[in-house]
Write a protein that binds this ligand. Structure first.
Ligand code: PBG
Length: 327
């Protein structure tokens, strides 16, 4: 048959397929989320997230070892305190769980890049991401606490802060307090387009941060909206965000693509706990090839436009990327 154009020509060998690949990824773009808890001698698997652990600070060395072996050196830290109250005081305690974990990690692995999640929900007794006024989260009162938390993280050694609360004006508030205290070079990664998602379920179990009443739809975004994501990003850029995030990842590829088109900041996607737990559960049931699904899902997120990827699969993905299994 006379066919001038044969797209299959470029698919004829592995070498050629790799040569013409459009999406290329690197382990340097991976960020690994980790959970620290109070206590000693703890390395406890999180039931809702097989393969992920609660770590006590004294076992941070094992986490460092795991990351070094995998070739992952950027971490996103979450803390789960013993003490919770109405104003999340454990979140900005200089001796708080995150602050101690960070000091330990910095001492053990000075080459690691440490990002902290700035939010109140793991630290409040009601599980909401801010200060309550009646049954509502009070936006402006929350900004003060978030700023204190961010400053306290940076003072304990955080290289970057990532506010995930979805309050209005939080990037400006955090930028101001960091600058006032001589941290004008510490970047802010904004969870700019964070949706009110059912995919956070396993995380909330892991972090003990499910809201005691109501839900987060009064501050996190409605999954039906994409223009609103662009509005959120524009505000955060104006307020001084250095990097933007879309979260969750797989169900929001269109949002990633649109944000990438419109904004020049590095763009991060967060493949959240539910995405991970679903793959794990399907694999455990023998329904999918976990390794290939992990690789394909990550490629999809990069292809949509993400420059960075936060994922619980970071250690495995780093290996897969080095082997060239993602291109
Ligand atoms: C804190 C926070 C959450 C996640 C990251 N930061 C939970 C939430 O908003 O309820 C979710 C991460 C995941 O599901 O992996 N606000």
């Amino acid at each position: 048959m006379k066919l001038t154009k044969r797209p299959r020509r470029l698919r004829s060998s592995e070498s050629l397929r790799k040569l013409v690949r459009e999406t290329r990824v690197s382990p340097e773009s991976l960020i690994y989320p980790v959970f620290f808890v109070e206590g000693e001698g703890v390395k406890r698997e999180i039931p809702s997230m097989p393969g992920q652990y609660h770590w006590s600070v004294d076992r941070a060395g094992e986490l460092v070892e795991l990351c070094r072996c995998a070739g992952v050196s950027r971490l996103l830290l979450f803390g789960i305190p013993d003490h919770k109250d109405g104003c999340a005081s454990a979140a900005f305690d200089p001796e708080g769980i995150i602050q101690r974990a960070m000091r330990a990690l910095k001492a053990l692995a000075p080459e690691f890049y440490l990002i902290t999640d700035v939010c109140m929900c793991e630290y409040t007794d009601h599980g909401h991401c801010g200060i309550l006024h009646g049954r509502e989260v009070d936006n402006d009162a929350t900004l003060e606490v978030l700023s204190r938390i961010a400053l306290s993280h940076v003072e304990a050694g955080a290289d970057m802060v990532a506010p995930s609360d979805m309050m209005d004006g939080r990037i400006a508030a955090i930028r101001t307090i960091l600058d006032e205290n001589g941290h004008e070079n510490t970047p802010i990664l904004s969870y700019a387009a964070k949706y009110a998602s059912a995919f956070y379920g396993p995380f909330r179990e892991a972090a003990g941060s499910a809201p005691a009443f109501g839900d987060r739809r009064g501050y996190q975004m409605d999954p039906h909206n994409v223009r609103e994501a662009l509005k959120e990003c524009a505000l955060d850029v104006e307020e001084g965000a250095d990097l933007l995030m879309v979260k969750p990842a797989l169900a929001y590829l269109d949002v990633i693509a649109k944000v990438k088109q419109r904004f020049d900041l590095p763009l991060c996607a967060y493949a959240v706990s539910g995405e991970y737990a679903m793959a794990k559960a399907a694999a455990a049931a023998g329904l999918i090839d976990e390794y290939r699904v992990m690789c394909e899902s990550a490629v999809a997120v990069y292809r949509a436009g993400a420059d960075l990827l936060i994922t619980y699969y970071a250690p495995e993905l780093a290996g897969a990327m080095r082997r060239g299994d993602l291109g």
